[in-house]
Design a protein around this ligand. Structure first.
Ligand code: EPZ
Length: 435
């Protein structure tokens, strides 16, 4: 089990290039199940979650060639494969639920394990199921699996929303079922996240008929078949935002290249309100931060609001603000697992329901901390960059799910960060696990 050891207090300077979006590539890989022809995906990041999705597609009979050096993934699927996405694979990554729609649309049957909750919250999939049912699928939940079948899916009008707003993967799932359905499907309250837009663009290239792309209402006119195409995924806005926030936290001057600034307008606005200088280029963002930022309030919302996936990293910045900030989490009310670890580094944060009240402190101090989810781990690394002394972030496999070689890339910006294998924590854990 690897850990990251950070000597904090160094300003970051330089440039970093962003990779392809994890949350785009995962549903796009599932879309390969919609055609018998080859789908070629470019700018695929080298991440654990991508590997997990490859395994799921292989279990479903797809042939997958992954050239990690060039970031190209070739997937060919035909209807001969099985229709079961097993628990052992689905539990490692919730995005695998989005094979349900394509399987149902193309193979007419699907048996997909229920993903279960995770540390950021309960995360139900009722809206995914509601969408499939509305399209005419018969559903049964048995032994922890969703069993779905439909000789032919039929277009319909449906409202896809929960108390938290729209659903990203739910929209992707229903959309992928609707593109091969009979007639027109209207998805009201569709998610507007750039990753959903990217999926729509891919599906249109494959021959799907979709109107309203990027809006809250998607109109899908079903077609009989889709073809194989080549597609480059969009830049990862959360990775870009994390590096921008790393620059802000460490009080440096960092430029993030090959990103799409218009996907990050809410972050840019909040950073400027906090006193950071943010320069927006066509495909770059440069951030310079004062030694202590001003406190700001942040509310996470569906896109184009402030992304929940940057909430923890923004909180790391606000722990050192010159005053009191409020962070309201509207998407996942329990997504505050990083708070206790930030406390260990000297942060002053009080949790009141789905709100965190952060009283900025002049300095954080390095400490051993434990990563327990992807974005929370990124926040701990950022806090470690800003802290005085040494921070050791254990269980970095969480971070490797969503950030490619984060340690190497931060080192290029001047951070003192090193990856170590095994060590005290791992030894203690293996001793505890021994009979
Ligand atoms: C996607 O998850 C992302 N994952 C998440 O990123 C991200 O945090 C989330 O969208 C919100 O932006 C991927 O794209 C792989 P949702 P998703 O369905 O689609 C409720 C990361 O760190 N809801 O949009 O699963 C749900 O509980 C990950 O990269 C229902 O009630 O999220 C939440 O409150 C973590 N019923 C809200 O909707 C449903 O059937 C939004 O969730 C589905 C969702």
């Amino acid at each position: 089990m690897d850990r990251l050891v950070i000597q904090g207090g160094r300003r970051l300077h330089g440039e970093v290039v962003v990779g392809g979006a994890k949350n785009s590539v995962l549903p796009i890989m599932a879309a390969a199940l919609l055609t018998d022809e080859e789908l070629v995906i470019r700018r695929v990041p080298k991440l654990r979650d991508v590997l997990s999705q490859v395994r799921i597609l292989q279990a479903l009979g797809a042939r997958v060639l992954h050239d990690e050096r060039s970031g190209v993934l070739r997937i060919r699927s035909d209807d001969e494969g099985c229709v079961t996405a097993p628990y052992e694979l689905v539990r490692t990554m919730r995005a695998s639920i989005c094979v349900l729609g394509p399987l149902l649309a193309k193979r007419k049957r699907a048996r997909v394990s229920l993903p279960g909750g995770c540390v950021i919250g309960v995360r139900p999939i009722d809206l995914h199921l509601k969408g499939m049912e509305a399209l005419g699928a018969r559903l049964d939940v048995q032994g922890g699996y969703v069993e779905a079948s439909a000789e032919r899916l039929r277009g319909t009008t449906l409202f896809l929303g929960s108390s938290a707003g729209s659903t990203v993967l739910g929209t992707a799932n229903v959309l992928m079922a609707a593109v091969l359905a009979d007639g027109v499907t209207t998805i009201e309250n569709a998610a507007q996240e750039p990753e959903v837009v990217d999926l729509c663009h891919l599906l249109v290239k494959m021959g799907a008929r979709i109107e309203g792309i990027g809006s809250h209402c998607l109109l899908v006119d079903g077609v009989d078949r889709l073809r194989g195409v080549e597609h480059e995924v969009i830049p990862d806005r959360i990775e870009a935002g994390t590096f921008v926030l790393a620059g802000a936290v460490a009080g440096g001057d960092v430029t993030v290249r090959r990103c799409q600034p218009r996907h990050l307008l809410a972050l840019i606005e909040r950073l400027r309100a906090a006193g950071c200088e943010v320069k927006v280029g066509e495909d770059s963002l440069q951030v310079k931060a004062p030694p202590r930022v001003r406190p700001v309030d942040v509310t996470t919302l569906p896109h184009p609001g402030f992304p929940t996936d940057l909430q923890a990293q923004m909180m790391a910045l606000l722990t050192k603000a010159d005053g009191i900030s409020f962070v309201h989490e509207r998407i996942y009310p329990d997504r505050f697992i990083h708070v206790a670890e930030l406390h260990r580094m000297g942060a002053r944060i009080r949790k009141e329901g789905a709100t965190a009240v952060i009283e900025g402190v002049p300095r954080l101090s390095g400490a051993p901390v434990m990563a327990s989810d992807l974005r929370g781990s990124a926040a701990l690394v950022l806090a470690g960059l800003a802290a005085e002394g040494e921070t050791e972030v254990d269980r970095v496999y969480h971070i490797d799910r969503g950030y490619e070689r984060i340690d190497e890339r931060l080192r290029l910006l001047g951070a003192r960060i090193e990856r170590r294998s095994g060590g005290a924590h791992a030894l203690a854990m293996s001793a505890a696990a021994a009979p």
